[in-house]
Design a protein around this ligand. Structure first.
Ligand code: SF4
Length: 101
């Protein structure tokens, strides 16, 4: 079926609206100041996926993140190529500055 859902909570982003704890109280609780705390290890069983997904979508500051797991059949990530600085032409493409009277 679907991949297992894993989430993490970035508490530095949380603004304490409490929406997550309302949608999925088994996975989010609020501390004494009203900020969210993740309950458990972030692994979400399929049965609770919709409630947690709703909490994720409704969080106004996007503090709840779904952790993507790479599947074994996915292509490996290609390395980023650096630009060829040795052969970078600058004479022809420099901006010309002038003053008008
Ligand atoms: S919904 Fe978002 S901002 Fe609100 S308590 Fe949960 S994590 Fe924090």
């Amino acid at each position: 079926m679907t991949d297992k859902m894993r989430i993490k909570l970035d508490r530095t982003l949380c603004d304490g609206f409490g929406i997550c704890a309302r949608h999925a109280p088994e996975y989010f609780s609020l501390d004494d100041w009203g900020y969210a705390v993740l309950v458990g290890d972030g692994n979400i069983p399929d049965a609770d996926r919709d409630a947690v997904q709703r909490a994720l979508m409704d969080c106004p500051v996007h503090a709840i993140l779904q952790i993507g797991e790479r599947r074994p059949d996915e292509k490996p990530i290609q390395p980023v190529r650096e630009p060829d600085l040795e052969h970078l032409k600058t004479e022809d493409n420099e901006a010309e500055w002038g003053f008008t009277r």
